[in-house]
Design a protein around this ligand. Structure first.
Ligand code: ATP
Ligand code: MG
Length: 359
């Protein structure tokens, strides 16, 4: 069978983005030939340095190449100016908009016996286009002269349906990745729908109802569907995280839950994410540009390696993804070559080499 060639856009950005994105490329090039995959790479600009050189943080060329000539991409991190700068806006936010990447997907997984709260192996699927983040706010003066500020929380049936269906698809795919050999604490796919419809009966009510309808479809028959009010979800997340497989949430709750869940597994340097739309995914480590460790060669590449695997999952390459997850888990479990954020002494390079050797 002819090898499948996948074209990958690499957008390192700033700071340690430039040190960890090469890890993504390295791991793809090191995949065993039995997987029958080939990769070609295109470097693309975005970020603060790009803004200083070209006057835009996200050049049109980057978007055009991604749209016309890439099957997937990896995004590192960007530094933001410390003072508000005219013309600068976050390139990743713009990319999500321009490529229609409506979901933010964040898997959180512990290794070994896990931390204080035990094992964690969940993925948070966050809607990324609406809810309170439509940024329609206004401030006015009430009759008594005091100020009032209001924001719109917009929930649509369409976006709720799409995100729930994506969560269902992810639950099914995680099951396939498990079956392909990735270790997991779960044995069957499960989706937990998160909301606060006991209070926000219209907005969150619509989200809840639509999500349940989407997940009731025949193709999700094997998926166990549960729901959880967001506040009790936070409580349970920190007490019994092992209860969760896939969590689907509107934008705001998803934002909060994903950072909270990342705290369960320690370093930011471990947590991957993907920005996903119809037919396209950008893998992105959850950490920022980490200026405090930039240039020292000690950034943990694991969040990027896992983001690379996650991108492959969305390209339908579950087996390749499972191979990377297993190699990363083996590195962490052995614990001999760990970067300083995990208490080790290994450099970025040494961690990459060790994981590549384990493929
Ligand atoms: P930014 O504004 O770009 O988000 P930041 O200063 O908030 O930058 P983060 O990247 O968010 O920095 O990181 C927060 C802390 O976690 C920093 O101390 C950073 O060194 C550490 N950190 C983040 N990513 C990694 C990584 N991959 N490896 C090791 N340490 C990391
Ligand atoms: Mg940060």
């Amino acid at each position: 069978m002819a090898a499948r060639t996948l074209k990958i856009g690499l957008i390192p950005g700033d700071g340690i983005g430039r040190e960890v994105i090469p890890a993504g490329r390295r791991i793809l090039e090191a995949l065993p030939s039995s997987l029958n995959l080939k990769f070609s790479f295109t470097h693309l600009d975005a970020g603060w340095e790009t803004f200083q050189k070209q006057g835009v943080a996200l050049p049109d060329k980057t978007v055009e190449v991604l749209k016309s000539d890439c099957d997937g991409a990896l995004f590192g991190a960007v530094s933001s100016p410390t003072v508000q700068t005219k013309g600068y806006s976050s390139p990743i936010v713009a990319l999500r908009k321009r490529l229609g990447l409506y979901a933010n997907v964040r898997p959180v997984k512990s290794v070994g016996s896990g931390g204080k709260v035990g094992k964690v192996d969940m993925v948070i699927v966050r809607e990324n286009t609406e809810d309170l983040y439509v940024k329609e706010e206004k401030t006015y003066t009430a009759a008594d002269g005091s100020k009032v500020a209001e924001a719109i929380k917009r929930i649509t049936e369409k976006a709720s349906y799409n995100i729930a269906a994506m969560a269902g698809d992810i639950a099914l795919r995680r099951q396939r990745v498990r079956e392909a050999g990735a270790e997991s604490i779960h044995s069957r796919p499960q989706v937990t729908v998160t909301h606060k419809s006991n209070v926000l009966s219209q907005t969150d009510g619509l989200f809840r109802e639509t999500a349940r309808r989407a997940l009731a479809e025949q193709k999700y028959q094997s998926v166990k569907v549960e729901e959880q009010i967001v506040d009790s979800m936070v409580y349970k997340l920190f007490r019994q995280p092992a209860d969760y497989d896939v969590i689907v949430a509107p934008n705001l709750y998803g934002d909060i839950l994903s950072d909270g869940a990342a705290a369960l597994v320690g370093s930011l340097g471990l947590v991957p994410s993907a920005n996903v739309g119809t037919g396209f995914a950008i893998g992105e480590p959850c950490h920022g540009s980490a200026p405090d460790i930039e240039g020292k060669g000690i950034a943990n590449p694991i969040a990027t390696l896992r983001s690379t695997a996650l991108m492959l999952e969305f390209m339908g390459e579950e087996e390749a993804a499972a191979v990377i997850y297993k190699a990363v888990d083996a590195n962490l479990e052995e614990g001999r070559l760990l970067s300083p954020d995990l208490g080790g002494k290994a450099t970025t390079e040494e961690v990459i080499e060790d994981v590549c050797k384990r493929l």
